[in-house]
Design a protein around this ligand. Structure first.
Ligand SMILES: [Zn+2]
Length: 200
């Protein structure tokens, strides 16, 4: 669950960087120990109870979810445009109707503009008429949801790097399989065709 598996198409480039996640090998079962509670009425001295608790891998995995794409603001500023930084890292919003992908309907995958993680398939994009790209569903595990501080809307972020994408709205009556609208800033996304080299 905590491992981010990035599946990239086979590349012809010889400079492919392969990142091997060591988390894959951490899934060994925790030893189960049976403690039989028994009392020793004639114990010579008080027994200090040893509470040996084995930590389960699941807790670790959950904590490690937003992993290797954590960067400082300075590091993000070095790789993002000022507008990308304002929206992705400072939770800004682009003006409606101005985004590159608002009326774009090519076939492929939309990745996070910050870290390159695939977020949405083009098959889930629909024209909401709202002025921002709209998707009815994200790729599994790719997107986190959190209520805004004022409780009015649900913010959506890239699960890998925490980059701000936009907001998700429910029950608006769009004829989509989920009745949800992921309202995403174009600038938070980078489109790639299925067969293109996404690393470029
Ligand atoms: Zn990201």
């Amino acid at each position: 669950m905590g491992c981010q598996i990035l599946r990239t198409p086979p590349l012809s480039s010889s400079t492919t960087i392969t990142i091997l996640s060591k988390f894959a090998s951490l899934s060994k079962p925790a030893p189960t120990s049976l403690f039989k509670p028994h009392f020793r009425p004639f114990a010579p001295k008080p027994i200090t109870t040893l509470t040996k608790r084995s930590f389960r891998g699941g807790v670790l995995a959950m904590a490690a979810a937003p992993g290797s794409f954590q960067k400082s603001d300075e590091e993000w500023q070095a790789i993002l445009s000022p507008e990308q930084f304002r929206i992705l890292r400072q939770k800004g919003t682009e003006y409606p109707g101005t985004g590159e992908y608002d009326k774009f309907f090519g076939e492929g995958v939309y990745q996070c503009a910050g870290c390159g993680t695939p977020l949405y398939r083009s098959t889930t994009k629909f024209n909401s008429g709202c002025g921002w790209p709209a998707f009815y569903e994200g790729l599994p595990g790719a997107i986190n949801r959190n209520p805004d501080p004022d409780g009015m809307r649900i913010e959506i972020t890239c699960a890998a790097c925490g980059g701000h994408l936009g907001h998700v709205f429910k029950g608006e009556g769009f004829r989509t399989p989920t009745n949800e609208r992921h309202c995403v800033n174009s600038i938070s996304l980078k489109f790639a065709t299925e067969n293109s080299d996404a690393s470029q």
